[in-house]
Design a protein around this ligand. Structure first.
Ligand SMILES: O=C(O)C1=C[C@@H](OP(=O)(O)O)[C@@H](O)[C@H](O)C1
Ligand SMILES: C=C(OP(=O)(O)O)C(=O)O
Length: 424
């Protein structure tokens, strides 16, 4: 029998939480920065990146393809080299690695195989693979539109115009755009189908490409054009991870306290910035201070009706807060969450209900009716955001134990210590 770690007793408080927290870098920005630096003409530096499972997997993938990635104090120094196979890439369960690296691997000379966690083999990549084939890449897969795959690189990709359905993940589009400048004809990506989720992440891709000297046009909604040309990443400064700020702001909201997140950017493409608005609608208030963003709870926590399509990765925390609110919530537009680290719609409903909650699954979301919760085990399904949601519920519900808190290492390895310190 494999040894399993004991469940983590979530700390419970009776006083308002009053804390100032420094959060590590954004996963999404770090992994984009690493890709852009690897595609660059000259060495670059990623300043204050996130160091976590997902970003270590990205660094390892790029090393396997011939790029130098070395720690330099709190930064990562990236030395681009000729991209080459053969190489084997372990994506873990990182969407950014399984989607962003294959278009780069198509530029390599040699075969690059991709595999990952059991769950990674269930997450969609089919539309991305078909798009890459349409741009001239050769890829072997077993016909399921999922890992494992082998990209048979020849050292160059023709590029051109491609149409795909990116309603399952915005990462399909970001992936093609990030490497597209290095394709002979660049790339024009056209989406058709249900709306693409995670618009802020698409904006982040476009903004980071432009900052790296790449010409990107967005002529009409659902069309993105990346012109061929050199990538010049240079120095890229990574912002604190605002999605990982969610549980900390929730602590202030739920306890009527104040949590300040240091260095919250005033202007950002991160979806977590929308928390200022969402958690204000749920009863708190946000204010920029000299230190960062101070979020204060009023003592009252209201439910919310919201379409979260653009900010889906915030759902687990919002659902946890909603379960503790005084009025019902309806969260929609998030069918794609069923293909995230776990089926987050089903997992949230199941785990909150197991603690006495009243959560109903919709095909594309959740209806959450407030009910007194009790202690018990909150399972994480190897999903970092499920684990942190268990911590949020446990903060005001005695006796909650989170199973596999270590899974937070995907994007926030220090979570248990940071959380315990913040709420102490
Ligand atoms: O591009 C990115 O960095 C991300 C895009 C989103 O993916 P989906 O559009 O698949 O939800 C988001 O949920 C994920 O955590 C990170
Ligand atoms: C969906 C997420 O991750 P991934 O990058 O693996 O898609 C997430 O972090 O919430």
């Amino acid at each position: 029998m494999p040894e399993t770690a004991p469940h983590w007793p979530a700390p419970t408080v009776t006083e308002p939480v009053d804390a100032v927290v420094s959060l590590p870098g954004s996963k999404s920005m770090t992994n984009r920065a690493l890709i852009l630096a690897a595609l660059s003409e000259t060495p670059g530096t990623v300043r204050r990146p996130l160091r976590s499972r997902d970003t270590d997997l990205m660094a390892d993938a790029l090393r396997a393809l011939g790029t130098g990635v070395t720690a330099s104090g709190p930064d990562l120094a990236v030395t681009p080299g000729p991209l080459r196979g053969p190489a084997a890439v372990d994506v873990g369960n990182a969407g950014t690695v399984m989607r962003f690296v294959p278009p780069l691997a198509a530029l390599a000379d040699g075969e690059v195989s991709f595999n990952g966690d059991e769950r990674a083999r269930e997450r969609p990549v089919g539309p991305l693979l078909d798009a890459l084939r349409g741009l001239g890449a050769a890829i072997d897969d077993d016909g399921r539109g999922a890992l494992p795959i082998t990209v048979r690189g020849t050292g160059s990709v023709r590029g051109g115009t491609v149409t795909l359905d990116a309603s399952a993940s915005s990462q399909f589009v970001s992936a093609l755009l990030l490497s597209g400048a290095r394709y002979a004809k660049g790339v024009e990506v056209r989406h058709v189908g249900e709306p693409v989720p995670s618009q802020p992440h698409l904006d982040m891709t476009v903004e980071m490409l432009r900052a790296a000297g790449v010409a990107v046009d967005t002529p009409t909604p659902d069309v993105w054009r990346v012109h061929p040309g050199p990538v010049k990443a240079g120095d890229i400064a990574v912002e604190p991870d605002l999605s990982n700020a969610a549980p900390f702001l929730a602590a202030a909201l739920l306890t009527g306290g104040t949590v300040t997140v240091r260095d919250w950017p005033r202007d950002t493409t991160q979806p977590g910035d929308v928390l200022r608005e969402l958690f204000t609608a749920m009863g708190g208030s946000a204010e920029f201070t000299a230190e960062g963003l101070a979020f204060t709870g009023s003592g009252e926590v209201r439910g919310i009706t919201a379409d979260l399509r653009a900010v889906g990765e915030l759902t687990p925390t919002i659902a946890a807060v909603a379960a503790l609110a005084t009025t019902p919530s309806r969260l929609t537009g998030i069918a794609h969450l069923r293909r995230h680290e776990t089926d987050r719609i089903a997992a949230l409903a199941h785990e909150i209900n197991a603690l006495g909650g009243d959560v109903e699954e919709l095909p594309d979301g959740l209806v959450i009716r407030p009910r007194a919760l009790h202690g018990g085990v909150f399972r994480s399904y190897d999903d970092h955001r499920m684990a942190t949601s268990g911590a949020v519920i446990g903060l005001v519900t005695p006796g909650v134990e989170v199973e596999n808190i270590a899974t937070t290492a995907k994007t926030l390895p220090d979570f248990p210590a940071l959380w315990s310190e913040a709420v102490a």
